[in-house]
Design a binder for this molecule. Structure first.
Ligand SMILES: NC(=O)c1ccc[n+]([C@@H]2O[C@H](COP(=O)([O-])OP(=O)(O)OC[C@H]3O[C@@H](n4cnc5c(N)ncnc54)[C@H](OP(=O)(O)O)[C@@H]3O)[C@@H](O)[C@H]2O)c1
Length: 282
């Protein structure tokens, strides 16, 4: 293959130049890496989360790397805020092509452990974890997909961030794991709905990451000195790669799923976990 042929093949398969992408949780460990990766692939990126400071940090990093980004404050569980965010994106770029639902995470109050037996777990805590992770994926999909379904009808894509705990729950995180199982089921449902009712203009897939250090799980996995907690050691032992993932290791999967080359990939969940899900533990 000559260089121009190879470049043209890569552009046809992975080119995202001029596509507009919204990344919820785009200021977090995984969402931030995904936002920067999409920008480096040529997408125009809206970084969406609640706190302005971390949003600006990622938007500035993208600008520093030669990309184009805006930051939008919104809560993924609030439809009105999401609708304002959609209007801000359309006002800036006039279109919407890609949605990555990366806002979410475990909530400390929804964990079962020695001091919180399952029998006593407050329903409100369970609900908050499900609300953030499941409703916080459904609502942005409703609000942003409405705009993705307009205009030039091709190449639109939603990527939901699930977790390996969706299929094989990790101890303690009962509500989080149940919510992520819901995210995977919703991914398949929405893929079929978009394809059958709207002619397949919007594909919907998910990524199930293994363990990556992030704000929402740092205290569970690392101690104050940065060493592994007992749970952190168990995670590393259960991961054939022998380490946590690095957020940049998710980016190529997002580029593949959102790019034109994945036009026949729909309703699937791609695991990126260093081999954890394949490992029996012996
Ligand atoms: N790290 C892992 O090992 C791992 C593994 C599997 C799956 N995941 C999933 O990956 C996704 C990203 O998590 P992460 O690990 O990168 O965690 P993180 O670093 O804590 O990032 C979470 C992001 O979500 C945003 N967020 C939280 N609640 C929100 C809300 N109500 N509305 C809007 N934005 C909200 C946060 O910003 P604000 O707080 O400012 O809103 C932040 O940008 C989550 O869905 C998580 O469940 C993570």
């Amino acid at each position: 293959m000559t260089t121009p042929e190879r470049d043209s093949y890569l552009e046809r398969s992975f080119g995202l130049g001029g596509r507009v992408a919204v990344i919820t949780g785009g200021s977090g460990a995984l969402g931030g890496a995904i936002a920067r990766g999409l920008a480096q692939a040529g997408a125009l990126v809206a970084v969406l989360a609640r706190r302005r400071g971390p949003i600006d940090a990622i938007a500035e990093a993208i600008a520093h790397e030669g990309g184009e980004a805006i930051g939008i404050e919104a809560d993924v569980t609030d439809r009105t805020q999401l609708e304002s965010a959609r209007e801000a994106v359309l006002k800036r770029w006039g279109r919407l092509d890609v949605l990555v639902n990366a806002a979410g995470g475990n909530l400390p109050e929804a964990i079962v452990n020695e001091s919180m037996p399952f029998f006593d777990l407050p329903a409100e805590a369970f609900e908050r974890a499900v609300r953030l992770n499941l409703l916080g994926t459904v609502l942005p999909s409703q609000v942003f997909a409405r705009a993705m379904n307009e205009g030039e009808p091709k190449g639109r894509s939603i990527v939901n961030i699930s977790s390996v705990t969706a299929r094989r729950p990790a101890s303690g995180v009962v509500a989080y794991a149940a919510a992520k199982a819901g995210v995977e089921n919703f991914t398949r449902w929405l893929a079929v709905e978009m394809a059958r009712r709207y002619g397949g203009h919007i594909r919907v897939n998910a990524i199930a990451p293994g363990f990556f250090i992030a704000e929402q799980n740092r205290a569970l996995l690392l101690d104050a000195e940065g060493g592994l907690t007992d749970r952190g050691k168990t995670v590393v032992q259960a991961t054939p790669a022998g380490r946590f993932g690095v957020p940049d290791e998710l980016v190529s999967t997002v580029l593949w799923l959102t790019g034109p080359g994945a036009s026949f990939v729909n309703g699937t969940v791609v695991t990126v976990d260093g081999g954890m899900d394949a490992f029996l533990g012996v």
